[in-house]
Each structure stands twice: as structure tokens, then as C-alpha cells.
Write a protein that binds this ligand. Structure first.
Ligand code: NDP
Length: 290
């Protein structure tokens, strides 16, 4: 019986995901490194801003931090409660999930890797896709809590499987983003109206999440709203490339796009959205996508 839940890491995603928990649970602890955000969350949504020691005493503990290294560091700095489940919504590293699941099992604690997709708007609307790896019984126990912010929720395999699906998803996002930059720049160089071209492509076989949402909502209107940082996309493509290498597979496209996104991340202005990766191609071509 789940009596209490906690959410650790109130960033762009976590702040919004945690806002739905009080609709389903009486006791919702929140903790953030910068505690002002936790206090603001508590005042706005009726959660309880507590210290980390108390947060990790919940029956289900969610985390959503930048990297698996951050999560490992946190877990290794606290004493968890036997019988609890740690549900990590970070876009993390599969090997780290396996390590943490094995380590925590010795303390009778389950660790699920449960990264999310759907961006901040999906977190606002509780319509995130959640891909979960780990023990099936723990997944079933955690499912009602995950449903607070998730819409499509899938148990995709053993520990690490959720992180692997997320890394490949974001690699596909990156490949689409880069190919849209090249393709639409080519169209502009040939004098084609980009909005009309986009409408045609979005009713054709070349469409993708990038042409349907990122291109109109972030690139062509030059807004590049910072909701998913470019360094986070670079991190995810790196995880995907590591997975390919671990499997001894050839992946020329993934390797190239990972390098391009990494370069874009290193050369972009600080605090850039992932969609701003296309600006590197714009600087090469001297053509702006607008
Ligand atoms: P943000 O950068 O907005 O937030 C990061 C959060 O982690 C903040 O609460 C920050 O605390 C905290 N944090 C950072 N480092 C540490 C640390 N060492 N110890 C403790 N807390 C720390 O990130 P997002 O919310 O955008 O992303 C979080 C995860 O979700 C990432 O893995 C990302 O790839 C993934 N993701 C993001 C999506 C998006 O659209 N933004 C979509 C899907 C997945 P503080 O406030 O103190 O800085």
C-alpha cells in the first residue's frame, strides 16, 4: 500500500510532473538542490518541501535529474527505506540502472528506470510517455503513481531497458533535427517557401516530430524556447552511441549526428534549447530558416 510519494529534482520536467501527485496522494514530499524551488512548489501545489533525509523515506521516490551520475551520487548519500521503490525519470545510462537495481535489491529496495518523453507541455498536461525498465512486480506497484503524470506507460524490459529506449528515441530526434536543417536549408536555397513546404511534408512520408512540432513552434518562428537544454540532447545521443558500440554494431549515421550535436552544444550560446542545434548549420550555410 503506497502511503507517501516523493519527487526529487524540480527542474523543467520534475517541477511539472510533481505537480500532479497531490491529486492522487495525501503525502507528497518534494526536494530540490535549490530549496527555494521546493518551497515554491509546496506553496503552489500543496506538496511538502522537506530535507532529503525525509524525502527518501517515502514509499515511492521519483527522481528527475540531468544525469545518472547525479542520481547515483544522491542515492549513495542517503539511507533508503526497506520496501520502497525508486523510480528514476532521468534520461539515464542503462549500465547505471542495472548497477543501482542490483545494489538496492540487497536492501530490499526496487529501482526502476522510467524516463519520460513529451517535453514540458506533456509534463504540464500529464500526458507523458513513460518507458520503464526493471522488475515487473515493482512496476505494477509503482504504476498508479506513474499514472499521475504519464499517459502511455510501458514496461519495456529488465533494468536499463527504459533508459535504452529513451536514448534511441532522442537519437532519432537528433537525426531528424539535423536532416531537417539540411533539407529545409536546401529548399530555401532553391527559393521555396518553407511554410508551404512544411505543410506538404507534414502530409507526406518525410514527416517527423521535428517537422510537425519543432520546426513550426521553435525554428521557423525563431523562438527557440528553452525547455530542453541542448547539452541534455548531446548527453542522450552520447548514451545512444555507447549502446551501439556495446553491441558491436556499425552506426555511421548515429556516430556522425552525435558528433554534430556535441559540436553544436559546445559552440552554442549558454542555456540554448535543443532546437538551437540547427544554428550551427545556419552559420555554415549562411542561410537562416525563417
Ligand atoms: P533541468 O536542468 O531543468 O533541471 C535539472 C534538475 O536537477 C534541477 O532541479 C536541478 O536542481 C537538479 N540537479 C542538477 N544537478 C543536480 C545534482 N548534482 N544534485 C541534485 N540535483 C541536481 O532539467 P530537465 O528537467 O529539463 O531534465 C531532467 C531530466 O529529464 C534530464 O535527464 C533530461 O534529459 C530529461 N528530459 C527532459 C525533457 C525536457 O523537455 N526538458 C524531456 C524529457 C526528458 P537546481 O534547481 O538546484 O539546479
Amino acid at each position: 500500500m503506497v502511503q507517501s510519494v516523493a519527487f526529487i529534482g524540480l527542474g523543467a520536467m520534475g517541477y511539472r510532473m510533481a505537480s500532479h501527485l497531490p491529486k492522487h496522494f495525501d503525502t507528497v514530499y518534494v526536494w530540490n538542490r535549490n530549496m527555494d524551488k521546493a518551497k515554491q512548489h509546496a506553496a503552489t501545489y500543496g506538496t511538502q518541501a522537506v530535507d532529503l533525509t525525509q524525502a527518501v523515506q517515502a514509499d515511492i521516490i521519483f527522481s528527475c535529474l540531468p544525469t545518472s551520475a547525479d542520481v547515483e551520487h544522491l542515492i549513495n548519500s542517503v539511507q533508503l527505506k526497506s520496501g520502497s521503490i525508486w523510480v528514476d525519470c532521468t534520461s539515464g545510462v542503462p549500465d547505471s540502472a542495472r548497477k543501482l537495481a542490483t545494489q538496492l535489491k540487497t536492501e530490499n529496495i526496487d529501482f526502476l528506470d522510467a524516463p519520460v518523453s513529451g517535453q514540458t507541455i506533456g509534463a504540464d498536461n500529464a500526458t507523458l510517455t513513460v518507458m520503464v525498465g526493471g522488475d515487473q512486480a515493482a512496476f505494477e506497484r509503482a504504476l498508479p503513481a506513474i499514472q499521475a503524470f504519464g499517459k502511455l506507460i510501458k514496461h519495456v524490459g529488465t533494468s536499463g531497458a527504459g533508459f535504452a529506449v529513451k536514448a534511441v528515441n532522442n537519437m532519432l530526434l537528433a537525426v531528424n533535427l539535423w536532416s531537417v536543417a539540411e533539407g529545409f536549408t536546401t529548399l530555401k536555397a532553391h527559393g521555396v517557401n518553407l511554410t508551404e513546404a512544411m505543410d506538404c511534408i507534414n502530409a507526406s512520408s518525410g514527416k517527423s516530430g521535428v517537422t510537425e512540432t519543432v520546426l513550426p513552434q521553435r525554428i521557423l518562428n525563431r523562438s527557440f524556447p528553452v525547455t530542453f537544454g541542448l547539452p541534455l540532447l548531446a548527453k542522450d545521443t552520447g548514451i545512444a552511441l555507447d549502446l551501439v558500440r556495446d553491441a558491436n554494431l556499425p552506426a555511421p549515421v548515429i556516430a556522425l549526428v552525435q558528433s554534430l550535436i556535441q559540436a553544436a552544444s559546445l559552440t552554442a550560446e549558454e542555456n540554448s534549447d535543443f532546437s538551437a542545434a540547427i544554428k550551427m548549420y545556419e552559420s555554415w550555410s549562411k542561410i537562416t530558416l525563417e
